[in-house]
Design a binder for this molecule. Structure first.
Ligand SMILES: Cc1cc2nc3c(=O)[nH]c(=O)nc-3n(C[C@H](O)[C@H](O)[C@H](O)COP(=O)(O)OP(=O)(O)OC[C@H]3O[C@@H](n4cnc5c(N)ncnc54)[C@H](O)[C@@H]3O)c2cc1C
Ligand code: FES
Length: 249
């Protein structure tokens, strides 16, 4: 895993939906290429631990991080102003593996949608399914439409179809070879079950509380099954993307 600490110039940091911000940082990825599904570990002034945020995009010399204000750390991030720099450890983790000969179904739920944009850029005509609680939280639709075929749903039907991403996955799973997903754990568990039922390979991006972000502190351990045995692995180093069949939910 090759990564570095960089002081990246902050180009913009705008609210794009209720409590959700789009941070754009200047980033030349010549020597440190970013794999889709990897994350950045952002230093927040006054906090000892960095905050892990998925890479939403890394094209055209710009690193995009789309994040929701949850607690103090992300609140401080939302107040950062263009003109300064942001201290970022990047690129971290093991991302999605994509193969240009396959058609992918990329699924994002809520704040799990951002990493699917850079993933969509690496795929040939993907089917992109996104789901949100309601219209006020819908993000990145125009960016995603430029990368493939998109389907949108909300829990309350205020935007797109009323229902869950798994309803849309079931209806379209025959059109794709493999599924990649990021979002809340119950959604990932349900997607893994549908993929198993239809015998489709599935990669999922997990979220765990993190300390170091580089495999040194054991904070982010999860249970996975390898060769019939249950073992612990690090979400920050072995993941965040895992083969869904290996994850012990
Ligand atoms: C690999 C990965 C990718 C992520 N990508 C995104 C993203 O693209 N957009 C986004 O909005 N959020 C993302 N998250 C969640 C984001 O890291 C947390 O919402 C954020 O750290 C909360 O920090 P806080 O200080 O605002 O909240 P607080 O609750 O005050 O945080 C306290 C501590 O808990 C940690 N923490 C709290 N919630 C989480 C969480 N869900 N996951 C990991 N650590 C947490 C914080 O890092 C901090 O150390 C990601 C998490 C992981 C692990
Ligand atoms: S966060 Fe330290 S080992 Fe993963």
């Amino acid at each position: 895993m090759k990564y570095d600490v960089r002081q990246l110039p902050l180009l913009s940091n705008k609210e794009i939906a209720q409590g959700i911000y789009d941070m754009r940082l200047e980033y030349k990825q010549d020597d440190l290429p970013v794999q889709c599904g990897q994350f950045a570990h952002v230093y927040v002034p006054g906090k000892s631990l960095r905050r892990p945020i998925s890479v939403c995009d890394a094209s055209g010399g710009v690193l995009r991080l789309v994040y929701q204000v949850k607690g103090e750390g992300t609140k401080i991030m939302s107040q950062m102003q263009p003109g300064g720099t942001v201290d970022v450890l990047v690129p971290l983790g093991h991302g999605f593996s994509v193969d240009s000969t396959k058609r992918y179904c990329l699924i994002g739920g809520g704040i799990g949608v951002p990493p699917m944009l850079y993933t969509a850029r690496q795929c040939e005509n993907p089917l992109i399914i996104t789901g949100f609680r309601s219209e006020s939280l819908v993000i990145l639709q125009d960016d995603l439409k430029a990368c493939g075929e998109t389907l949108l749903c909300t829990d309350d039907g205020s935007a797109g179809e009323k229902g869950f991403v798994t309803d849309l996955l079931r209806a379209h799973i025959a059109e794709v070879d493999e599924v990649c997903a990021c979002g809340p754990t119950p959604m990932l568990k349900a997607i893994a079950a549908v993929c198993k039922e239809f015998n489709k390979p599935c990669q999922i991006s997990l979220e765990e509380r993190m300390g170091c972000g580089v495999g040194a502190c054991l904070v982010c351990a999860v249970k996975v099954r390898k060769n019939g045995e249950e073992i612990m692995q690090h979400v920050c180093k072995n993941g965040p993307v895992f083969n869904a069949e290996e994850v012990v939910f």
